[in-house]
Design a protein around this ligand. Structure first.
Ligand SMILES: Nc1ncnc2c1ncn2[C@@H]1O[C@H](COP(=O)(O)OP(=O)(O)O)[C@@H](O)[C@H]1O
Ligand SMILES: [Mg+2]
Length: 254
């Protein structure tokens, strides 16, 4: 087997909100075309860490990163980084589905138009591709002009995935993407994630350990901003090296 390619690498990484250090000395390598999940108790820094990968935290006053973060060996923290370009490469899907109050079509086309793609045929093609990749096309192809807010919660979340895919990212960050969904919609999102990893590198935050066990190749267990353990998901859940990991996955706290 060829060595898997490292897509995201952070080393001795710290993150602060003002004076408060919430990510503490984390080093981790995440592999291309893998699903990596970040698990850990509420408030341990999962979302903060995830948002570092596309510099979404930049928008928060007083927020500051320290250390190294790279995508394919290239620094993503420095002032020379084109953050708009970075966010095109590193898409994001949030906990609560957040479609715009626009048509299904316009939601998916949004990022293309923002990026100055105006050719109608190109837009139509990319919208269809993205909806197909997000496993939503068959359900919406006859109603692309309908308001996206009329879709079910699960469909809205798959629409948000399609919107993220439309600008052809390499990495997809997902912050508890199924936590607002019912079990059937959750199962569809999980199937979709496993399908998407053929083409994309996926990092998912979840506090649902069964979900992490079902869909991810690697798992990072974070506690109070520290990376307690990182490894193959099967190892983390069946033979963790640390007592703390074992206590957490067996539900002794958190
Ligand atoms: N915008 C912010 N400003 C200040 N502190 C924040 C902000 N966002 C999160 N925090 C704090 O940082 C810590 C980590 O939060 P977060 O990354 O949201 O954790 P998780 O996603 O694991 O629940 C928490 O103590 C939280 O209160
Ligand atoms: Mg969170």
């Amino acid at each position: 087997m060829p060595l898997a390619k490292v897509k995201i690498k952070i080393s001795d990484f710290n993150f602060y909100y003002g004076q408060v250090k919430v990510i503490k000395g984390v080093s981790v390598e995440m592999l291309a075309k893998n699903v990596t999940s970040i698990i850990g108790p509420s408030g341990c820094g999962k979302s903060t860490l995830l948002r570092c990968f596309n510099r979404m935290n930049d928008l928060i006053p007083g927020a500051r990163a320290e250390g190294r973060a790279e995508i394919e060996g290239v620094d993503i923290l420095g002032p020379q980084v084109d953050v708009v370009e970075l966010r095109k490469r590193v898409g994001m899907v949030f906990q609560k589905p957040n479609p715009f109050p626009k048509s299904i079509f316009d939601n998916v086309a949004y990022g293309l138009r923002v990026n100055d793609i105006t050719d109608r045929l190109i837009i139509e093609k990319r919208v269809e591709q993205s909806l197909r990749s997000a496993a939503l096309w068959d359900e919406v192809k006859d109603r692309l002009k309908d308001n996206a807010l009329n879709l079910s919660g699960g469909q809205q979340q798959r629409l948000c995935v399609a919107r993220a895919l439309a600008v052809e990212p390499e990495i997809l960050l997902m912050d508890e993407p199924a936590s607002a969904l019912d079990p059937i919609a959750t199962a569809r999102i999980e199937e979709l994630i496993v399908e998407l990893k053929k083409h994309y590198t996926i990092v998912i935050v979840t506090h649902n350990m069964q979900q992490a066990a079902r869909i991810s190749d690697h798992t990072a267990f974070l506690m109070q901003g520290e990376l307690v353990e990182y490894g193959k998901t099967s190892d983390i859940f069946t033979k963790p090296r640390k007592k703390l990991t074992e206590d957490y996955i067996t539900g002794r706290f958190g």
